[in-house]
Design a protein around this ligand. Structure first.
Ligand SMILES: [Zn+2]
Length: 427
């Protein structure tokens, strides 16, 4: 077909766990056993293969062809084909990384060091590879989206989320990382150069689109934000029916800034009283929305008496502005009350980004790099002394993992040839 423009082939690579290299090489000599082994692996995972859009599956696979990969030292890689739609799947054994000469053990150590906050340069030194190779490795995993990977783990699309932007820098420019978190899992980690509502809407919109593709009826029920204007606008645009809550901890941190020209002990006392107010209102379940309005009015009176009319007026206007967001938190117990878990995710990202010169490429693929880092955040188990020691974020949130090995999970879950489970009726 000389006149048709050649389309870039869809990535239909699947990573398959053959347990050890010897059994892989043994299977290479027996086509039937090879395909059976692959099918058994797919069955155990509960994954479907990503057939062509028109194909209704059938699961009838034959060994298609094979070729030797020179870059992998002559390793034979098999490809299998769907006999219905003719989609070809490249079967990558677990001990090989796609398009990379790097061995998974080397990648594992380098990624673990990266996740731990060691700079790309130092990771590269201890693992004897180039910083750029490591940067590209993270990007390669990041080409598979977070929503795809997380739903492959059986996590439901989140109904209640935390959303906020991390401020960072790229060389001398300010940049923002719009983030969506549910519990211990990052669902979106974007990148914008502006703090406008338009820029944030575009970034958060990527999550919304990916989620709607998984489940067209998906609707977010509640979002907790810190109350920043651009964030509020973008979330309202993208999730029109969602309840918008404002973080109560942010409110506590903000109050002292509203109290000007008073002695420090008084400012501290008022902050403590405000803390008690929010705490008590949260305790009184049924009455708390009503109770909040009344208590806020009393608190303004109290500020006016103790800290003067100007401070009282400033706090009153601030309450006016924010109270709907606080009501929302109190009215729906499922909305997280504070953004603590999101701050933790941001702090973890910050440690990496700060130490990563690789990130500071204006021409780099920030989106893929950040998504790759987010996969590490979601899939690498916590350390021994941590609260959820030995488990990763996905497990803490109730997700299922293909194997007990996080690196293998990363390889399998980011494979382009798999299609999320359960499969839609007519994939
Ligand atoms: Zn097919």
């Amino acid at each position: 077909m000389p006149n048709t423009t050649r389309q870039t082939r869809k990535n239909r690579t699947i990573t398959v766990d053959f347990h050890n290299e010897a059994s892989y090489f043994q299977l290479l000599g027996d086509g039937k056993a090879f395909v059976e082994c692959v099918l058994a692996f797919l069955l155990a995972l509960g994954f479907q293969l990503a057939h062509k859009a028109t194909c209704r599956g059938g699961g009838c696979l034959t060994r298609h062809s094979h070729y030797a990969r020179v870059r992998l030292g002559g390793l034979t890689i098999w490809r299998i084909q769907c006999t219905t739609c003719r989609a070809v799947f490249t079967v990558l054994p677990h001990f090989v990384l796609r398009y990379r000469q790097m061995r998974p053990e080397v990648a594992r150590n380098a990624l673990l060091a990266t996740h731990g906050g060691l700079s790309l340069e130092w990771c590269a030194v201890i693992c004897n590879l180039s910083p750029m190779a490591l940067y590209r490795l993270v990007c390669a995993f990041g080409h598979q989206g977070l929503v795809t990977v997380l739903t492959r783990c059986g996590l439901p699309l989140p109904l209640y989320v935390l959303a906020d932007e991390k401020h960072s820098t790229c060389l001398t420019d300010k940049v923002y990382l719009p983030t969506i978190v549910r519990g211990r899992v990052i669902w979106h980690l974007g990148y914008t150069t502006e703090a406008s509502a338009v820029a944030f809407t575009q970034s958060y919109g990527e999550f919304q689109r990916a989620a709607s593709q998984q489940e067209p009826s998906y609707r977010v029920k509640g979002v907790l934000i810190d109350g920043f204007d651009s964030t509020t606008k973008s979330i309202r645009t993208l999730f029109p029916g969602a309840r918008l809550g404002f973080c109560l901890r942010h409110a506590l941190l903000k109050l002292p800034k509203k109290l000007v020209a008073i002695a420090s002990p008084l400012r501290k006392t008022l902050r403590t009283q405000f803390h008690t107010l929010l705490y008590r209102v949260r305790q009184r379940k049924g009455l708390r929305v009503f109770a909040l309005g009344q208590r806020l009015r009393h608190f303004v009176d109290h500020v006016t008496t103790t800290a003067g009319a100007a401070n009282g007026e400033r706090v009153r206007r601030w309450f006016q502005d924010k109270k709907a967001g606080w009501y929302a938190v109190l009215a729906d117990p499922q909305i997280p009350a504070t953004s603590t878990l999101l701050d933790q995710a941001h702090n973890a990202m910050d440690r990496k980004l700060f130490m990563m010169k690789g990130f500071h490429h204006p021409g780099g693929s920030q989106a893929a790099f950040l998504t790759g880092l987010a996969h590490l955040y979601n899939l690498i188990p916590y350390q021994r002394r941590a609260l959820n020691a030995g488990k990763c974020g996905v497990e803490v949130e109730g997700g299922r993992l293909p194997t007990a090995d996080w690196m293998l999970n990363l390889q399998i879950l980011t494979s382009g040839g798999y299609q999320g489970a359960p499969a839609p009726p007519y994939h």
